[in-house]
Design a protein around this ligand. Structure first.
Ligand code: NDP
Length: 455
């Protein structure tokens, strides 16, 4: 049978675009459909604009710290519309680059919503055109999820947070994950009275406990009102403000409520189940290690599969899919030892296992931990701990987890991630000469065990 395309990709985000371009490079005829803007969540309303906002918000602390170093910066003022306009310009530029790169790679892009109408067939919804493809790759990502409480429609999500017409005077951010702590830090840094309302007992569930406790304390020190054990029950509109009531009956009035309560795969109405594709919890597409779904001709990568929802992972999964299907080299993505950063203020960088997970996986672990006030703070007068933690498998001496909270944590962890991936031992860390003066040198100068557990 002759197909219109060898590969049709649904979704022009990180995973879909990488797969489309790499498949085209093998000589395959590739089409791709994107209903919104090329670049996907990461470029349009995720990592990229978020990081720009993080940079903007951190000047606040820098201006405060500058005073200790002799600077008089007066009363700094901040212009929100100017930041939003600059961000919009940059993401338009990046989105255009994504589209241009697709075209230059020989991929045929469609600006339309595509739905699956069969194992080897899709339909472009607006154009109405039906297209056949030997292989279909679903890379539609996810979207913010809001809990179904009374008045949930009054709360925004990260999608809208990027384009607010004006900054509110106060905000309550609901949730305790990546997006919640990042946006709480952004709003707080930009001068908004910020409350973080989380139902658990320390933010960032799943992270190492020292990072969770450390960040909870540090957010409070920075001025965020962190409310723990706080589950939202309803939101009522009061003129141009909102009354948020928690399950314990207490309430708070605020200028804005933002839900950062997780994300859901965007599979609704995509025709997947009708085509025989098995969906899992929350609508995620079930795939095997090669990203193949229960229908042999349909694959899926990225957040829509809800494996590890990070841009570099979607990119890897897209590339591995092309290796498997178009280069005949079955390639599975290794989802272990992934370096990741939370761009809160202070920042967290982490790679490998938390102490609790390391004990479960390895039994006995040795923990090396250092907490100190970074050098810059001595003159600036800021009191904020930097925490570094190295977790070592007691039997093999291998470093199985590194967790850092403090300035440049993400940058440090990206580099240390190479060592972890190579199987570095604590002895290798000890043999590495310190780079002085730096914060990172603590990682190679910790000689005293803080604790041994699980032995
Ligand atoms: P997360 O899953 O990280 O966090 C969701 C938070 O919402 C949790 O604290 C959860 O609580 C809470 N929550 C869930 N349901 C409810 C509810 N009904 N009522 C109250 N609270 C609720 O999701 P995010 O939206 O923060 O981020 C989505 C994903 O995007 C992340 O997992 C990450 O992979 C990715 N991401 C990565 C970033 C980075 O690399 N820097 C930045 C932003 C996002 P509980 O813990 O109790 O379940």
């Amino acid at each position: 049978m002759i197909f219109d395309f060898d590969l049709f990709v649904i979704g022009g985000g990180s995973g879909g675009v990488r797969a489309a371009r790499m498949a085209a490079a093998t000589g395959a005829r590739v089409g791709i459909a994107e209903e919104y803007r090329y670049g996907g969540t990461c470029v349009i309303r995720g990592c990229v604009p978020k990081k720009q906002f993080v940079y903007a918000s951190r000047f606040h602390g820098e201006f405060e710290d500058a005073k200790g170093f002799g600077w008089d910066v007066g009363e700094p003022s901040f212009n929100w519309p100017k930041l939003v306009a600059a961000k919009d310009k940059e993401i338009s530029r990046l989105s255009q680059i994504y589209l241009t790169n697709l075209e230059m790679s020989g991929v045929t892009p469609f600006k339309d919503r595509a739905v699956v109408t069969g194992p080897q067939e899709i339909r472009l919804v607006n154009e109405g055109r039906v297209i056949s493809a030997k292989t279909i790759l679903v890379a539609v990502g996810g979207a913010p999820f809001k809990p179904e409480i009374e008045g949930t429609e009054y709360g925004i999500t990260s999608n809208e947070a990027f384009d607010l017409k004006e900054l509110p005077s106060s905000v309550v951010v609901i949730g305790g994950g990546y997006i919640a702590v990042e946006f709480a830090s952004i709003f707080n840094g930009l001068g908004v009275k910020t409350t973080l309302a989380y139902r658990g007992d320390a933010v960032l569930r799943g992270f190492d406990q020292d990072m969770r406790d450390g960040l909870t304390d540090a957010l409070r020190e920075r001025g965020v009102d962190v409310q723990l054990g706080a589950s939202p029950q309803k939101i009522e509109k009061r003129d141009d403000r909102f009354l948020l009531t928690y399950e314990d009956g207490s309430s708070v009035e605020t200028g804005l409520v933002m839900f950062a309560t997780g994300r859901k795969p965007l599979t609704e109405g995509l025709g997947l189940e009708e085509a025989g594709v098995k969906l899992g919890r929350g609508g995620k597409i079930e795939v095997d290690e090669f990203s193949q779904t229960s229908v042999a001709s349909i694959y899926a990568v990225g957040d829509v599969t809800d494996r590890v929802n990070l841009t570099p992972i979607a990119i890897r999964e897209g590339a591995a899919f092309v290796e498997t299907v178009f280069n005949n080299v079955p390639t599975a993505v290794d989802h272990s030892q992934i370096p990741t950063a939370v761009f809160s203020e202070p920042e967290i960088g982490t790679v490998g296992l938390s102490e609790a997970d390391a004990i479960t996986e390895h039994g006995g672990v040795d923990v090396y931990k250092s907490q100190f006030n970074p050098m810059k703070n001595t003159i600036s007068g800021r009191m904020e701990r930097m925490i570094m933690k190295v977790i070592v498998d007691a039997k093999s001496d291998r470093v199985v987890g590194v967790h850092i909270m403090g300035p440049d944590a993400g940058e440090i962890v990206q580099a240390i991630g190479i060592a972890i991936k190579m199987g570095a031992t604590k002895a290798d860390f000890d043999a590495t000469v310190a780079l002085h003066p730096s914060a990172g040198e603590e990682l190679v100068t910790m000689r005293e065990k803080f604790s041994s557990s699980g032995v």
